[in-house]
Design a binder for this molecule. Sequence first.
Ligand code: SAH
Length: 359
Amino acid sequence: MPVQLTGLTQAELSDFVQELGEPAYRGRQLFSAIQRRRVRSYDQITDLPKEFRAKLQERAEISTLKVESRYVSTDGTRRYLMKTHDGRPVETVFIPEERRDTICFSSQSGCPLQCTFCLTAQLGLLRNLTAGEIVEQIIVALNDAYGDGVEPPRGTNLVGMGAGEPFLNFESLMKALRVMSESDGLHIVPNRVTISTAGIAPRIRELAGVPDRPHLAVSLAAPNDKLRNELMPINQKWPLAELLDACKEFEESLKPGERFTFEYVMLKDVNDSDEQARQLANLINRHALRAKVNLIPHNPAEPLPYQPSSADRVESFREILESKGVYAFVRKPRGRDILAACGQLAARSETHQPPVSIR
Ligand code: SAH
């Protein structure tokens, strides 16, 4: 397997080129070409000698993901459907926003969890993505959105909410975040990143001890174990009491004023009643958590058996949470028409919008 250069820090690249008999500064040049100029092929790095590039080419890959199709939503959201070198699907979503644009990346090809409301579950786990493949998704999306190597005008937010369970690929995820945070490269610091987990309690505890870490979002989807066991079978391994204990430990490691987030997908007549709102607020309050709750109306997709809760229902649910002192926000769905919204990533190519060719 050739080395994937997109997954190496500047220091690691310097070591790597020195092993090839080159001076360390060549590593810095290479890092800058890949991570700052976001170059995707060796022949674009004209400031490196041809022989060196040839030597690199034998040992290492500068890009491995191939964009198969690109979909553009009527709301401006873009979805990239890519393939790894071994033919596994990878999806990334670019979400233009008023203040700062957001890129949603995938941590796995497919997903091993079996959340009943999520389309990705139907793929099963194909494999973990490497750190290089995680970083490359961001490079592809940035180049397409702003132009090759053009700096994002207002910086970039990242969310690890695409396909897969990030905390089941913890090491590669954390490595990718380290590479992306380097100031000579993409310079997307952990403070601009939010990672969403279905509730892998030991990794939540581990994250609590990491000094430079991303923000945390935890997907709940149900206010009690009975329903959560059904909707998110991972709950049988780490039930709510254990999960919320881990969340408490994480919360205690936050700086004053910082909060983490719970996500709650709103499924019509399944988890959206007034009674369930009260249960959810009590659950959060019982664990003395200050977390806020993001309510996400379900994004429907064939053949999932659910419908989104109505706007009124979502609002009543939100008001009940607020009345019990739990901060709650309603998240606006983005990119539903191109199957780019939360829970819709399943490498699908039939959408309401035809693919638009990549530049
Ligand atoms: N595995 C991680 C990250 C991917 S899912 C996790 O579970 O958190 C990102 C978010 O989308 C989660 O909060 C999940 O509950 C939500 N989601 C999944 N399917 C959805 C759907 N069909 N509609 C709306 N949100 C969904």
